[in-house]
Design a protein around this ligand. Structure first.
Ligand code: FAD
Length: 223
């Protein structure tokens, strides 16, 4: 079995200034005020849209993100109905195959000691929770491969797979929905493993697209 950390990757090249200019052009159609566009007008215009709650304009730009996370976190993300998702299938992936290293991959829970890279919990510093989790994953892997050996299909053997199983999830969401998702999933009320993934995503988006995520980041910082 393999234990890895969660990660994400933004699949689109992002040009924040171009996004702001596009949003301004679209937003100004309603009042036919395109003649007010200048070299510097996009950022304050988009900020005003957000301050006024005129967020439908943000729906004209979408971002695609690939998440590598556990199944528990993926269950939370796929609840966001206005995003599009494609997910690694435990029905169709047979983890006994070479392309999966003939093993299961699990996501390191951020609240346990680091067990990535083959570190097993038999050394000083590990807690009983580390041990319970590690051996539960080992037992789940043994049960999964046991069912396959007995002739089960992968869609049947998956019944013993735990929430910590690694999954890949591609999510495409427009900026309005992304703001909503990040607001909910970066909050202190969100699951720590969801926050572990989404807070760096929020900061990266904020650094690449001016204005659009500033208020969300500000709110999260002051919670
Ligand atoms: C901290 C936390 C704890 C949670 N705990 C649980 C739990 O214990 N059990 C559980 O089942 N879920 C739980 N959830 C999931 C939660 O109930 C939502 O399903 C999830 O956050 C998706 O959010 P959403 O419905 O606002 O938004 P999305 O599906 O992302 O939709 C975005 C927005 O569009 C609008 N919208 C979308 N669809 C409709 C619709 N059909 N009708 C009207 N408006 C719509 C709403 O304004 C919505 O906020 C939890 C979520 C969080 C963040």
């Amino acid at each position: 079995m393999k234990i890895i950390k969660p990660s994400y990757e933004i699949l689109d090249p992002i040009d924040g200034q171009a996004i702001l200019k596009k949003l301004e052009l679209i937003g100004r159609v309603s009042h036919k005020s395109e003649d007010h566009i200048t070299e510097t007008s996009a950022a304050p215009f988009v900020k005003k849209l957000i301050d006024l709650g005129d967020e439908s304009v943000l729906e004209h730009v979408s971002i695609t993100v690939r998440f590598i996370c556990d199944r528990g976190v993926s269950h939370e993300l796929v609840r966001h109905r206005l995003a599009a998702f494609t997910q690694e299938s435990t029905r169709f992936c047979n983890y006994s195959q070479d392309k999966f290293g003939n093993q299961l991959t699990f996501i390191q829970p951020c609240f346990l000691h680091d067990m990535t890279g083959g570190k097993i919990p038999n050394s000083f510093g590990y807690t009983s929770d580390d041990n319970v989790w590690y051996y539960a994953m080992r037992d789940a892997e043994a049960a999964y491969f046991g069912m396959l050996r007995e002739g089960a299909k992968s869609e049947e053997a998956r019944s013993v797979l735990p929430n910590s199983l690694k999954t890949e999830l591609i999510m495409t969401a427009n900026l309005r929905e992304l703001r909503h998702i990040l607001q909910l999933r970066c909050s202190k009320r969100a699951h720590p493993q969801c926050r572990e993934l989404m807070i760096p995503l929020l900061h990266e988006l904020q650094s690449k697209i001016p204005i659009v995520f500033d208020d969300i980041a500000e709110r999260i910082n002051h919670e």
